[in-house]
Write a protein that binds this ligand. Structure first.
Ligand code: ADP
Length: 237
C-alpha cells in the first residue's frame, strides 16, 4: 500500500452543463510504473487527468496521491507532487522567455536564485533543450514547445508526471526523439494518448477508458495485441 503513487476509488464527475463524464472510476498505480491511458474521443481521459493534480475536485469518490487525499487543503502540496502537461503547449507556456516559463514553478515555491537556476538547467537538460533559455517560446517549433512545456513541469521535480497526448502534431522524428527523452525520466508516469507506438514503447501497463469508465486494465502487450478489444473501442480499424 505504501508504494502507491495514485489510488482512485469510485470517482464520479459531472460537468456543470453536461452529463456524467466519469462514472465510477477506480484503479491504482504503483510508484515507478509508466501507465498508458487509451480510449476514444470523449471517453473521459482528460477529465480524469485533471483530477490527478486537483484542477478538478469531485466530492464523489476519492483520489489519493502518494497516500494524500486530493482536496482543497492538500491541493498546493499535490501540485508539487504531480506535474500535468497539457496537450497544447500554448495552454502551458505564457511567459516571454523559455527561462521564465521553466523557472515559474520553482520561483513560486520560493526557491533562491541558485536553486531556481539548478532546477531550470536540470529540466532543460532532461528535455534536450539546453541553450534555449533566452528564446521566446512562441517562436519555437511545435516539437520544441512541447519539450519546453514538459520542462516547465519537470522543474518542479514532480514525483508523478501526467502527459496528455504528448506526441500529437509531432512529425515522426520529433515523436521518436520525445519518446526517447521520456524513456529516461525516472518518475511515475501516466500518459493519455492515441499514439499506440508510443504507448507500446513507454508503458508496461495500459488502461482503456470508454464512456467514463475503465473498461480494461492489463499489460500493454496484451491490450495492444487484442485487435477485437481495440476495435470495440474505436482504437483500431
Ligand atoms: P477525452 O479526453 O477522452 O477525449 P474528455 O474528458 O475531454 O474526453 O470528455 C469526456 C466527456 O465530458 C465528453 O462527453 C465531453 O463532451 C464532456 N466534456 C468535456 N469537457 C467539457 C466541458 N467543459 N463542459 C461540458 N462537458 C464537457
Amino acid at each position: 500500500m505504501e508504494n502507491l503513487a495514485i489510488s482512485i476509488t469510485d470517482l464520479r464527475y459531472a460537468y456543470p452543463n453536461g452529463g456524467l463524464a466519469l462514472k465510477g472510476v477506480s484503479f491504482q498505480i504503483q510508484q515507478g510504473e509508466c501507465v498508458g491511458l487509451i480510449g476514444p474521443n470523449g471517453a473521459g481521459k482528460t477529465t480524469l487527468l485533471f483530477h490527478l493534480n486537483g484542477i478538478f475536485q469531485s466530492r464523489n469518490g476519492t483520489v489519493k496521491i502518494l497516500g494524500n487525499k486530493v482536496c482543497k487543503d492538500s491541493v498546493k502540496h499535490i501540485r508539487k507532487e504531480v506535474g500535468l502537461v497539457f496537450q497544447d503547449p500554448d495552454d502551458q507556456l505564457f511567459m516571454p522567455t523559455v527561462f521564465d516559463d521553466v523557472a515559474f514553478g520553482p520561483i513560486n515555491l520560493g526557491y533562491d536564485k541558485v536553486k531556481v537556476q539548478q532546477r531550470v538547467d536540470q529540466a532543460l537538460c532532461w528535455m534536450g533543450m539546453q541553450g534555449f533559455d533566452k528564446r521566446s517560446p512562441h517562436q519555437l517549433s511545435i516539437g520544441q514547445k512541447k519539450r519546453i512545456a514538459i520542462a516547465s513541469v519537470l522543474s518542479m521535480d514532480p514525483k508523478i508526471l501526467v502527459l496528455d497526448e504528448p506526441t500529437s502534431n509531432l512529425d515522426p522524428r520529433g515523436k521518436w526523439d520525445l519518446i526517447e527523452l521520456l524513456q529516461d525520466l525516472p518518475m511515475t508516469k501516466v500518459i493519455a494518448s492515441h499514439d499506440m507506438e508510443m504507448i507500446q514503447s513507454l508503458c508496461q501497463r495500459t488502461l482503456i477508458m470508454a464512456n467514463g469508465q475503465i473498461t480494461a486494465d492489463d499489460l500493454t502487450e496484451i491490450i495492444l495485441s487484442d485487435n477485437q478489444l481495440l476495435r470495440q473501442y474505436d482504437l483500431a480499424r
